[in-house]
Ligand binder design. Structure first.
Ligand SMILES: N[C@@H](CCC(=O)N[C@@H](CS)C(=O)NCC(=O)O)C(=O)O
Length: 337
């Protein structure tokens, strides 16, 4: 029932400090997956991932599930928004009657309330829901893909890629922290900044990182060499949204993604992989939800459905020339060698 659903709390009220800097709310449901008493048990058919096309934090998880062949183990569903006077947050708008057919609820916030009636934060995606109890049991986007890569290994496809090789884990973790700070959340720090000082800091940080990544990709096909890793998923989801959507809220940008030779080739190399392609909805990302307020109508509102993103992102590139295994983008798990 719509009336009982809690109105969405705003970042601009709760997540901005006195100097205008944005500080993201903490993940509330961070119980890890594993075999201990303090863990969410690793089981097939027990969990459902809820994600949203626009949200890169959740897009990582949907890409990882498909890359690892876990679709029959962890079910997946999408949420969206219905424009209302009061923002009620994520809703199962793609399902009949706007209700998730497995969980039988309309709003994601209901599943958060089932888990913790006192929860005051935003009901965010990604959210992993226990289908038995209809409770959110994990919304820890930082570690979610790593749980799928490690704890869910017994349920992965036999030839699943090893996206988080043991010998690289420390380096990948450190690089993921860097990506979070400067790129994934770096974009948001600029987009939510409420003072020019906070904005300029965030903007410079972001472009410094893009310059560093451009250099790293000069001789490396992927961030860690010849094979796709967890870090590549995390970078890709931000790149896919940059020229499509973020540029609008970033202000005058220095370069688009298509202006970076290496980053742009790299992004298309990843986009060739079905799990990346199937989970990226460019037209939906570009589609504007704002009502025009003046005679000047923003670029996305005018052109979102006229740009052929598929052709643009399918332009050939020669990144394979950088690799010792040009036709293999993945390190496969040992057992199947
Ligand atoms: N859980 C994290 C990150 C996930 C996140 O921010 N997801 C966004 C979409 S990208 C969301 O679900 N927002 C829903 C809302 O704020 O109503 C957070 O709380 O900041």
């Amino acid at each position: 029932m719509v009336q009982e659903v809690r109105e969405r709390p705003s970042e601009l009220v709760n997540e901005i400090d006195e100097k205008g800097y944005f500080h993201r709310q903490k993940n509330h449901f961070d119980t890890p997956f594993g075999s201990g008493k303090e863990h969410n048990p690793v089981e097939a058919g027990r969990y459902r991932l809820v994600w949203a096309k626009g949200c890169h934090w959740s897009n990582r998880a949907s890409i990882a599930i498909e890359l690892l062949g876990l679709q029959d183990v962890i079910s997946v569903n999408l949420v969206g928004r219905t424009p209302r006077e009061k923002d009620l947050g994520w809703e199962f708008v793609f399902d009949e009657g706007n209700k998730d057919p497995v969980l039988d609820v309309q709003f994601l916030s209901e599943l958060y309330a089932n888990a913790d009636p006192e929860y005051k934060g935003r009901a965010t995606v990604p959210a992993v829901v226990d289908v038995k109890t209809k409770r959110v049991i994990n919304n820890d986007y930082v570690w979610l893909t790593n749980y799928f890569e490690t704890e869910f290994r017994p349920f992965q496809a036999p030839d699943a890629p090893d996206l988080y090789p043991e010998e690289l884990r420390e380096e990948i973790d450190a690089y993921n922290d860097y990506l979070f700070e400067h790129v994934n959340n770096g974009v948001y720090k600029a987009m939510f900044a409420q003072s020019l000082e906070a904005y300029n800091d965030a903007y410079n940080n972001l472009y410094q990182a893009f310059d560093e990544i451009e250099e790293r990709l000069e001789n490396n096909r992927f961030l860690f060499g010849d094979y796709v890793t967890d870090s590549d998923i995390r970078l890709f989801v931000t790149l896919a949204r940059f020229d499509t959507r973020y540029f609008k809220n970033l202000g005058p940008i220095r370069n688009r993604i298509v202006d970076f030779k290496n980053i742009w080739g790299y992004a298309r190399d990843l986009y060739e992989i079905p799990a990346f392609k199937n989970n990226t909805y460019f037209a939906d990302l570009a589609k504007s939800t704002e009502k025009p307020k003046s005679i000047f109508i923003d670029y996305n509102t005018r052109f979102w459905d006229k740009i052929d993103y598929e052709t643009l992102w399918n332009q050939p590139q020669e990144r394979y020339l950088l690799s010792k295994t040009p036709s293999e983008k993945f390190k496969r798990n040992e057992e199947v060698k």
